[in-house]
Design a protein around this ligand. Structure first.
Ligand SMILES: [Fe+2]
Length: 206
C-alpha cells in the first residue's frame, strides 16, 4: 500500500501543495486526512479486483480533501467539548460543500468532487447533504465514511481525551454496518484490521 501512495504522490497532483499548506493551519486535520487516505486506499485495495491507479488516485485526492472545508468553520464549534446545538450542527454539516468551494478554481474531476460532497451520506439514506442511500452513494464516499469514522474513534478529540480502543471502534463499525455504513465495505475493513495488514495511525509525508 505504501508503494501505491508513493506512486500517487509522484504523479504530482497540481493542487496537492496548496491543500497541504491549507491543512497545515490545523495539524490535527492534516494528520486525520492522511490517516483516512491511507485507510481508504487499503480498503479499495482489498475490495477491487483489478489494480487501477486512476481509481487509487481519485480516492487519494478525495480523502485528502474530504474535511478541508472545516478550516472555514469556527474553532469554537469544532473544538466544543459539549454537545453541539442544532444551529452549530447545521454549520458543521456545511463542511463538505465548503471543501468544494475552496477547491473551486481547480475544477476537480466529478468523481472526486462527488466523493467529497457525499462522505457523510448514510447507507440508510439518513445522512447529509443529499440523503442518498445504498449504491446511490458514490463508492469512494462509502469507503471514506468507514475510514473516517474509524480514525475519528481511535484518535484523541477535544470532546474525548482518550482515543477508543481498536476493538471497541471495530465493534461500533459493525453495529452500524447496514445503517450508517456499507456492510460489505465495513466487513472488508474489519477483516483488514484484524489481519494486522494495516499499520494503525501510519502517516505518509508529502
Ligand atoms: Fe467530514
Amino acid at each position: 500500500m505504501k508503494k501505491i501512495i508513493e506512486e500517487c504522490i509522484k504523479i504530482n497532483i497540481p493542487y496537492l501543495n496548496y491543500v497541504n499548506n491549507l491543512l497545515l493551519k490545523d495539524i490535527n486535520l492534516l494528520s486525520h486526512s492522511k490517516k483516512v487516505t491511507y485507510y481508504s486506499l487499503c480498503i479499495l485495495n482489498s475490495i477491487s479486483i483489478e489494480d487501477n491507479l486512476q481509481q487509487y488516485l481519485k480516492l487519494f485526492c478525495s480523502s485528502m480533501l474530504h474535511d478541508l472545508g472545516k478550516i472555514n468553520i469556527d474553532d469554537y464549534i469544532l473544538q466544543k467539548p459539549s454537545s453541539l446545538t442544532e444551529k452549530e450542527y447545521e454549520i458543521v454539516k456545511t463542511h463538505p460543500c465548503e471543501s468544494l468551494k475552496i477547491m473551486n478554481e481547480f475544477c476537480l474531476e466529478k468523481d472526486i468532487s462527488d466523493a467529497i460532497l457525499h462522505h457523510h451520506e448514510r447507507y440508510d439514506g439518513k445522512g447529509y447533504p443529499s440523503g442518498l442511500s445504498k449504491e446511490n452513494i458514490p463508492i469512494l464516499s462509502r469507503i471514506i465514511a468507514v475510514a473516517d469514522a474509524f480514525d475519528a474513534m481511535t484518535s484523541s478529540r477535544c470532546y474525548r481525551k482518550r482515543p477508543m480502543l481498536k476493538e471497541y471502534a471495530l465493534g461500533e463499525l459493525l453495529e452500524n454496518a447496514g445503517t450508517q455504513f456499507d456492510p460489505y465495505i465495513t466487513g472488508s475493513f474489519i477483516k483488514l484490521i484484524e489481519s494486522g495488514k494495516i499499520h494503525l495511525g501510519w502517516e505518509f509525508s508529502l
